[in-house]
Design a protein around this ligand. Structure first.
Ligand code: 26M
Length: 822
C-alpha cells in the first residue's frame, strides 16, 4: 500500500517542503514571488510547530491521566533565545530541514537569523531557567515554567560615540509563532483596598479582601521539547489585561476615558522587564509584577489539581514549586491566602502544605541585590498578605525563642520585618521560612550562603540547606552553536554524549592524537574566521583570526571587573609604546554585555573600553598586534556565535562575588581555556579540567575578606607598582579621552581610593597570569591539547546533571516517559 505522510507531522524532505509551502500560502497568505524573508521564517516556524504539537498534546494527556507529580519553576525571567534552531535540534530534523530549504533555493541560516529572540531576562538567572526547561523535558520530567510575558524584553543595546544607548525591544512586532493563548484559563489578581473579617457558617474566623483593583492574567503557552524524546513540557507566561467586569461601572456612568485609562493601567503590569540585575529597586510596579505572575501561577496549579479530581490536601504531592531567587517569594503568603481565604482551610493545615511545597534558590550574595519592600508600599498594595506575613512571623519568632532563648539580636535579624530603621519586608527571610529546601548555585556559593547572608537561617534550620551547582544545556550551547565540533566529536565517539555529557571523557584519548588535534584546531580557526568576518561587517574593525581571541561577554558590573581586563590591555599597549618591537602574542580582545540603564559606573566602563579600542586599534606602533572590540547588543543569539570562537574565557570576578557563572561553562565546553579567579563555579571547573589546564590568579575569598578587614588601601598598590602606576596615569592623563582628564576620573578615583572589588590588589597576579597565557598560546600543539581536555572534562556542567540533582535531592520527582500516539 502507498504510505502518505501527513503534512502536519511527516518528516520526509518531500513532506517538509510541501508543508512549508502550504504554511506560506495559508498562514502567511503569500506565494513565493511575494514572500519576504520573514514570511519564509514564519512558514518554517509553523511547519516545525506543527511537528511539536502532537508531542505536546500527548504529553499533556499523559500527565493528566497519570496525575503525574510536576515541577513548577517560578521565575520572573526566562531568557529563552531563539526557538527555531533549538527545536530543529531537539526534533532531530535539522539536516532534513536544511536540505528541504536548500532544495527550495533558501538558506536555513538566513531564516534562523530572522527570529526575534524572546529576551525575557537580564542574564544568568533568566538563562539558567531556560536551560533547566530544556533539561527537564530531555529527562522526561513533568514540568511547567511559570513567568511573565513581557511585551518588551531586555532592551536592545546600541553604541553611539562609545556610549550605551537603550532601544525598546519590540520582540512581538511580527507575531510569535511559538505561543498559543489560552483565554479559557485566564485568572484574576487583586491589588490594594482593605480586608474585613467575619465568622463563616461553621463558626470559623475568616477574612475577606476587598481590593481596589482587579487585573486579568491571560496565559500564553510555549511548548518546550526535550532532545530526541516525545516529552514537550509547557512554558506558561502570563500577560496582564483589564478585566471586562471591572470597568463596567465606569462605562455606565459615562466615564469612557476613565475606563480605558484603567484598562491601559492594568496592561502596564506585564509591559516591560526591569533591566537591572543584581540591583534591587523598590518600585511598586515591580511588586505588582511579582504578585501578578505568582498569583496567576498558583491559581493555575489549583485549577489543574481540581481538574484532576485531586484534593487540595494533595497540593505538595502533586507539585514541587521552585522559587528562582526571591522574585517569586510572595508565593509563600499567596498560597496561604488562597488555601485559607479562597478554599476555607485552617492555618496549620495551610502552613503544612505551603512549607512542603516550596524550594528556594539563592543566586546572589551582593547586599544591594537583596529584596526588601518598604512596609508602607507593601501593605498598601497587599493588605491581606501583610497580615499573613505578620502571623507567619509571630509563629516563626516563637520557634526561634525556643531554640535560642534570650537572643534579641538573632530575633531581629531573623524577623521577616526589618525594624532597624524605616521598616521593610525581607523577601529572603520569607522564602527561607516558607520553604523546605534552600540552595546556592555552586559549591563555594552554597557555603558562603550558610556563612553569610543566610547564616541565622542555617543555624535555625541546617537540614534545609544544600547545593546544586548550575549547569548549561549542551543542545543549544554545543550542538546548535558549534555544529563543526559536534560532528568531529560524534565521528569519534558517537552521539550519546549529547544526552550524557560525561561521555565526552572518551575524547580524552584523542588529546594526543595529532590528526584529531589538527582537526580540532582547524575547526576553531574556521569559526574564528567567521566571527572576524562578522566583526568586520558590524564595526569595520579588522581582526586577525590567528590572534588569540580573548573574550569577556556578560552583564557589565563592577564586581565582574571588565575594567581589570581593560587595565591589562593598557599594560600591553604601554609595553609596545615603550618598545615597539617587544615580543607580544597578538590578541583580539572582545567584549559584550549590557549595563543596567541607571548604573552610571557600568556605562562608563563601556565608554572606557570603546575609548581604549579607538586608540589601540589605529596606533601604527601596535601594528595590528592588539585589537579591542566592544560588540553591541550581546544576547543569546549572539552568544551562540561567540562561545565557539573563543581561545580564552575571562572569568575574573572578585572571589566571593560571582555566585556561579554559567558563561564560564559554555566557553569551556567549546574548548576555550579559562583565566579566572577562585570564584563561583570556576572552582569546580578547575577541579574537573585539571589545574594544569586552567589559568588561575587572584586572591581567594578568605584573602579578600582579610584584606578588607585589615583596612584595604588601593593607593598603596598604585604607589609601589610602577607598571600599575603607568597604566593608571595614562588613563588619568586623558590619553584615551582626547585629552579630557575628567571623563574617566570617576573610574580612576574609585580605583585609587575605594576599589571595592580589589582590582589593584589582584592586578599583578592577573598580569603575570596573562603573560603565562601569552606564552602558552605560542605552543599551539600544547594549547590545543589543553583545549581538547577542557571540552572532554566538562560533563559535570550539563544542566542535565543539575536537574538530576534537583529531582533527587529537592523535588523528589521521577521521569514520566511519553509514548507517541496519534
Ligand atoms: C531584582 C529586582 C528588581 C529588578 C530586577 C531584579 C533582578 C533581576 C535579575 C535581580 C537579579 C537578577 O539576576 C541575578 C543573576 O542573574 N544572578 C546570576 O545567577 C546566575 C545563575 O545562578 C549565576 O550563575 C550568576 O553568578 C549570578 O550572578
Amino acid at each position: 500500500s502507498v504510505q502518505i505522510e501527513d503534512d502536519r507531522t511527516g518528516l520526509s524532505i518531500e513532506t517538509l517542503k510541501r508543508a512549508f509551502l502550504d504554511n506560506l500560502f495559508y498562514i502567511q497568505g503569500k506565494f513565493p514571488a511575494l514572500a519576504s524573508k520573514n514570511d519564509y521564517y514564519m512558514a518554517l516556524a509553523y511547519t516545525v510547530r506543527d511537528r511539536l504539537l502532537r508531542r505536546w498534546l500527548n504529553t499533556a494527556e499523559t500527565y493528566t491521566n497519570t496525575q503525574a507529580r510536576t515541577v513548577c519553576y517560578l521565575s520572573a525571567e526566562f531568557l529563552m533565545g531563539p526557538h527555531l534552531g533549538n527545536n530543529l535540534i531537539n526534533l532531530g530534523i535539522y539536516d532534513q530541514i536544511n536540505q528541504a530549504m536548500t532544495e527550495l533555493g533558501l538558506d536555513l541560516n538566513e531564516l534562523l537569523q530572522q527570529e526575534e529572540e524572546p529576551g525575557l531576562g537580564n542574564g544568568g538567572l533568566g538563562r539558567l531557567a531556560a536551560c533547566y526547561l530544556d533539561s527537564l523535558a530531555t529527562l522526561e520530567i513533568p514540568a511547567l515554567g511559570y513567568g511573565i510575558r513581557y511585551e518588551f524584553g531586555i532592551f536592545d543595546q546600541e553604541i553611539r560615540d562609545g556610549w550605551q544607548v537603550e532601544i525598546t525591544d519590540k520582540w512581538l512586532r511580527y507575531g510569535n509563532p511559538w505561543e498559543i493563548a489560552r483565554p479559557d484559563w485566564a485568572v484574576e489578581v487583586k491589588y490594594g483596598g482593605h480586608t474585613e473579617s467575619f465568622i463563616d457558617e461553621h463558626g470559623n474566623y475568616r477574612v475577606r479582601w476587598v481590593p481596589f483593583k482587579v487585573v486579568k492574567g491571560l496565559p500564553y503557552d510555549t511548548p518546550i521539547l526535550g532532545y530526541k524524546v516525545n516529552t514537550a513540557n509547557t512554558l506558561r507566561l502570563w500577560s496582564a489585561e483589564a478585566t471586562e467586569s471591572f470597568d463596567f461601572g465606569a462605562f455606565n456612568s459615562g466615564d469612557y476615558f476613565g475606563a480605558v485609562h484603567q484598562k491601559s493601567n492594568s496592561e502596564n503590569i506585564s509591559k516591560v522587564l526591569y533591566p537591572n540585575d543584581e540591583q534591587y529597586q523598590g518600585k511598586v510596579l515591580r511588586l505588582e509584577q511579582q504578585m501578578f505572575f505568582v498569583s496567576c501561577s498558583l491559581q493555575d496549579m489549583i485549577r489543574i489539581l481540581q481538574m484532576q479530581n485531586m484534593s487540595l490536601e494533595k497540593f505538595p504531592e502533586k507539585f514541587s514549586v521552585q522559587l528562582n531567587d526571591t522574585h517569586p517569594a510572595i508565593a509563600v503568603a499567596e498560597l496561604m491566602r488562597l488555601l485559607m481565604d479562597e478554599h476555607g482551610m485552617q492555618w496549620d493545615n495551610a502552613w503544612n502544605i505551603t512549607t512542603r511545597t516550596f524550594g528556594y534558590t539563592n543566586h546572589t550574595l551582593l547586599p544591594e541585590a537583596l529584596e526588601r519592600w518598604p512596609l508602607k508600599l507593601f501593605s498598601e498594595l497587599l493588605p491581606r498578605h501583610i497580615e499573613i506575613i505578620y502571623e507567619i512571623n509571630r509563629r516563626f519568632l516563637d520557634d526561634v525563642r525556643i531554640k535560642f532563648p534570650d537572643d534579641p539580636g538573632r530575633l531581629s535579624r531573623l524577623s521577616l520585618i526589618d525594624e532597624s530603621g524605616e521598616k521593610y519586608v525581607r523577601m529572603a527571610n520569607l522564602a527561607c521560612v516558607g520553604s523546605s529546601a534552600i540552595n546556592g548555585v555552586a559549591a563555594l556559593h552554597s557555603e558562603l550562603v550558610k556563612q553569610t547572608v543566610l547564616k541565622d537561617f542555617y543555624d535555625m534550620y541546617p537540614e534545609k540547606f544544600t547545593n546544586v551547582t548550575n549547569g548549561v544545556t549542551p543542545r543549544r550551547f554545543v550542538v546548535l552553536s558549534n555544529p563543526r565540533m559536534t560532528s568531529l566529536i560524534t565521528s569519534k565517539i558517537g552521539d550519546n554524549w549529547i544526552k550524557h555529557l560525561d561521555e565526552l571523557r572518551r575524547i580524552e584519548q584523542f588529546a594526543d592524537d595529532p590528526g584529531f588535534r589538527y582537526e580540532f584546531r582547524q575547526i576553531k580557526q574556521a569559526i574564528k574566521q567567521d566571527l572576524a568576518n562578522h566583526i568586520k561587517s558590524e564595526t569595520d574593525v579588522e581582526v586577525d583570526p590567528s590572534s588569540l581571541f580573548d573574550i569577556q561577554v556578560k552583564r557589565i558590573h563592577e564586581y565582574k571587573r571588565q575594567h581589570l581586563n581593560a587595565l591589562h590591555i593598557i599594560h600591553l599597549y604601554n609595553r609596545i609604546k615603550a618598545n615597539p618591537s617587544a615580543e607580544i602574542t597578538p590578541r583580539t580582545f572582545l567584549f559584550g554585555g549590557k549595563a543596567a540603564p541607571g548604573y552610571y559606573m557600568a556605562k562608563l566602563i563601556i565608554k572606557f573600553i570603546n575609548s581604549i579600542g579607538e586608540v589601540v586599534n589605529r596606533d601604527p606602533d601596535v601594528a595590528g598586534r592588539l585589537k579591542v572590540v566592544f560588540l553591541k547588543d550581546y544576547n543569546v543569539k549572539f552568544a551562540q556565535r561567540v562561545y565557539p570562537a573563543a581561545d580564552l574565557s575571562e572569568q575574573i570576578s572578585t572571589a566571593g562575588k560571582e555566585a556561579s557563572g554559567t558563561g564560564n561553562m559554555k566557553f569551556s565546553m567549546n574548548g576555550a581555556l579559562t583565566i579566572g579567579t577562585l570564584d563561583g563555579a570556576n572552582v569546580e571547573i578547575r577541579e574537573e579540567v585539571g589545574a594544569e589546564n586552567f589559568f588561575l590568579f587572584g586572591l581567594t575569598t578568605e584573602e579578600v575578606a582579610a584584606k578588607k578587614a585589615a583596612g584595604y588601601r588601593p593607593i598603596d598598590y598604585y604607589e609601589s607598582n610602577n607598571d600599575l602606576r603607568q597604566v593608571i596615569d595614562r588613563i588619568a592623563s586623558g590619553f584615551f579621552s582626547h585629552g579630557d582628564t575628567g571623563l574617566f576620573r570617576p573610574l580612576v578615583d574609585n580605583l585609587l581610593h575605594k576599589d571595592e572589588y580589589l582590582l589593584l590588589a589582584d592586578y599583578q597576579s592577573y598580569i603575570d597570569c596573562q603573560e603565562q597565557v601569552s606564552q602558552a598560546y605560542r605552543n599551539w600543539d600544547h594549547w590545543t591539547r589543553m583545549s581538547i581536555l577542557n571540552t572532554a572534562r566538562m560533563g559535570k556542567f550539563s544542566s542535565d546533571r543539575s536537574i538530576r540533582d534537583y529531582c533527587q535531592n529537592i523535588w523528589k520527582v521521577q521521569p514520566v516517559p511519553i509514548e507517541l500516539k496519534d
